[in-house]
Every structure is written in structure tokens, then in C-alpha cells.
Ligand binder design. Sequence first.
Ligand code: XIL
Length: 297
Amino acid sequence: ASTLGASAAEKGRYFGAAVSAGKLGDGAYTTILDREFNSVTPENEMKWSYTEPQQGSFSYGSADRIVNHARSQGKSVRGHTLLWHAQQPGWAQNMSGTALRNAMNNHVTQVATYYRGKIHSWDVVNEAFADGSGGGRRDSNLQRTGNDWIEVAFRLARAADPAAKLCYNDYNTDGVNAKSTGIYTMVRDFKARGVPIDCVGFQSHLTNSVPGDYQANLQRFADLGVDVQITELDIAGSNQASVYGTVTRACLAVTRCTGITVWGIRDTDSWRTGQNPLLFDGNGNKKAAYEAVLTAL
Ligand code: XIL
């Protein structure tokens, strides 16, 4: 097929992009979005600071603009994200203990319930593991409410939206390393104890190379009985096109790798300012990286 989404669909996968509500009025942007992608992730609009800016007062306007656009175009939606240490509203940042835990749990239930039936996969928890050699949890206000916060969130999300695939999502997990192994151990434990987890997201914010064991790392998670998804792919550097091809082929080689999302559409849309890590240039032209992905699909 001649587009990313249609080619991925032929292989039983999706190909998505992160989208900003504020750009939906840009015709060049929506032309590419509507043509190329069959899954959409709100880049920011489902984060806690957006969806619950005041405690108990929920705000879905900008996320709904993305969801409605996607659905009207026949695209599915990835939910990102219910709980994360970053982009929390100020009121939550200032909370701790039981009050914070109750607020976290209410947030998960409310947002997942509001979007019930409209989300193919939820990043229930984002970036909860620490970088470095320890393999343990990241310190955060969320973690300080107790180590069980992640499994509690997954159980509440399942109850609120039984059809959504529930994912754990993180970065610097692209090869077998201490961080990815810490997550692997958590997922294995969740599966053993019946905690509802369906997928692991690999953000894959890369520069010039991908670990040689990328595919093997995806496969070891898949072998635990979860799907894997490439959730925030962007690749900086002169070797960009080649690495995009390698990542795409790795996903396709893993039966349970169900889809790829790039973190933006044009280079000028990227959060990595000046690094030009995406598939379309600022004028909306297809880059060599685009051709590498389409060829690999
Ligand atoms: C980024 C967005 O792209 C930016 O617009 C925002 O200012 C900060 O967050 N990991 C994630 C994403 O899970 O939510 C982040 O998105 C990029 C890193």
C-alpha cells in the first residue's frame, strides 16, 4: 500500500502519530495526518494537568477534539497517559500520602470511564522506573504513596474500560538493560498474580542507533504474554533513515508487536526542537526516513 497506515494494516498492525489539538486547524498538518496514519495519540491533552486541572473538575475539551477528529476519520486512539510523575496539575504535585493515592485512583477511574470504548490502548502508567543500573522504581510523589500504586492503577483502569488494552510505557528500555529488566520483572510478576496488564510500550526516542538486541528485547516481553508497541518513536541523527527501517522491521518480526506510533508528524511539530527526528520535513514533504519505513512495512 502507499501509506503508512494502510501498509501497516496489511500486516495486521497500526501506524500512528502523536497529535496536538492546537494543530488540527492547520490544513497541511491534517492532510498528512488523515492520509498516512490510522492511530492517533494525544501528545499532551490526556495528561493529568489537562484532564483534571482542578481537583475533581475534569476538562476533556482539547482531548475530545483529537478523539473526535480521529474517530470521524476512522482512526483509533491510544490513550496517553493516566499516571505520570510529570505534567501533573499543581494541586496533585502538592499532595502526598493517602490524599494523593485517593486522587490518583479517582483520576484513573474518571478518565478511563469517560473514554470507555474509545481507546484501543491506554498508557496506564508512564515512566515509573529509574534510569541507571539499579533497575528499580523512580522516586516520585506517586511512588511515595506505596509500591502497589501501579497494580492498583491497572486494576482500576480494567474495571473502568474492560475493552482497552492496558499498557505500561517507558523510555531507555530499547535494549536489554537494568531498567528494561526491572520492568520485565514487574510484568512477569503482574502476569503471575493476575494483575491486568496487556501491553508494554517502548517510547524509542532514539539518536542514530538502536541497540542490537532491540528485537530480542521486544520478544522477551512478548514471551511473557503481553503485546508490545512502539509508542513515541523519533530518531535524530544522520543515520536516521536506516534506523527507522531497522525499528520497523524489528516490530514486524515480533508477532505481538501490534503497532508503531511516531511522536509527531513534521519535524517542526517535534518536541525535540532542531533535531528533525520525524518522517516529514517542515514543508510536509516525505523524508528518506519515510521511504525507509514504507519499504520496511
Ligand atoms: C512531551 C510532549 O511531546 C511535549 O509537547 C511536552 O511539552 C512534554 O511532553 N515521554 C512521554 C511524552 O511520555 O508524554 C512526552 O511528550 C515525551 C517524553
